[in-house]
Design a protein around this ligand. Structure first.
Ligand SMILES: C[S@@+](CC[C@H](N)C(=O)[O-])C[C@H]1O[C@@H](n2cnc3c(N)ncnc32)[C@H](O)[C@@H]1O
Length: 281
């Protein structure tokens, strides 16, 4: 258990706003259908988004929104496939204001879902759930873990997660806020789960030029959550293999474009890179 409380993550709130904005500003069919996103953010969220429509229409904002909805859609499709092959637990690492548990489809009902985050962000989520009158479904629990200070393994054991069941992990928009040692420790905890367990994660690449990527780095640093680690796709793949994952893949932008963008209006830019990796034990 964490000894000192942390502030709620402002980037968790920011990505929740991006998913909510996708529901009201972007064309249907959406990349991610998330009818709970707006409700969880509260009564003023829709007006705040509409009032900032111009900001949300900027090319860099659209690219970031496309990335955020793409990573959730992709992770949830990998989860669905994992459930078909016998995965029984879904652990969201750095869950933030993710809404999967609240809008889970019927195929997820047999899953045990555990949302992992540090105390500050979990407090934020509890207050949003309460204000929105939303209760967590019976198959969902919270585990409080600070990846910088405690092993994921210990946190999951404390929560009663079975280490003998094949388990699916999503780790979306989190590795860039951790140092390499903390990332390695989390991967080592995941790799203790049985064969068939899987992780879908995102990472940040080294900047190619002083560009939009640098603007984003400045903005998150201003929010008090600076980017601390970046990996080339090759380095991330090497890290996953070294942690003990047998199958390691990078989700190619061409595949993302064909699967999720080609069949909808071109109001969001095609990803030039996905920075999404998945790996199976
Ligand atoms: C950009 S948000 C992403 C949230 C969510 N996965 C999403 O896609 O919207 C980063 C999340 O990582 C969590 N996080 C950052 N550092 C952490 C740490 N050391 N331990 C646990 N969680 C952490 C934050 O609390 C926050 O929820």
């Amino acid at each position: 258990m964490e000894m000192t409380a942390r502030n709620p993550s402002r980037t968790a709130l920011a990505t929740a706003y991006l998913r909510a904005a996708h529901q009201i500003l972007d064309a249907s069919p959406r990349i991610l259908d998330d009818p709970i996103a707006l409700r969880l953010l509260g009564a003023s969220a829709e007006r705040r988004i509409r009032d900032s429509a111009e900001r949300y229409a900027a090319p860099a904002a659209k690219a970031l929104r496309a990335h955020v909805v793409l990573r959730s859609r992709f992770a949830e499709e990998r989860l669905k496939a994992a459930v078909r092959r016998g995965v029984t637990q879904y652990v969201l690492l750095g869950a933030g204001l993710d809404t999967f548990a609240l809008r889970q489809p019927v195929w997820a009902a047999p899953l045990r879902i555990v949302e992992v985050d540090h105390s500050g962000t979990q407090a934020l989520k509890h207050s949003h759930l309460a204000a929105a009158g939303l209760g967590l479904p019976g198959n969902t629990a919270f585990a409080q873990v600070d990846f910088d200070r405690e092993s994921l393994h210990a946190g999951l054991v404390r929560q009663g997660v079975s280490l003998d069941e094949p388990t699916f992990f999503s780790w979306l928009g989190v590795t860039m806020y951790l140092n390499e040692m903390a990332i390695d420790a989390v991967l080592a905890s995941i790799a203790r789960f049985p064969t068939g367990s899987e992780v879908v994660l995102t990472f940040l690449q080294p900047p190619r030029a002083a560009s939009a990527a640098t603007d984003l780095a400045e903005r998150v640093a201003e929010l008090g959550e600076p980017f601390v680690s970046r990996f080339t796709p090759q380095a991330m793949a090497d890290m996953l293999r070294a942690a003990g994952f047998g199958t390691v893949r990078l989700f190619a932008p061409e595949e993302a474009a064909a699967r999720y963008f080609a069949s909808r209006q071109a109001d969001l830019p095609l990803p030039r890179t996905t920075e999404i990796a998945w790996a199976i034990r």
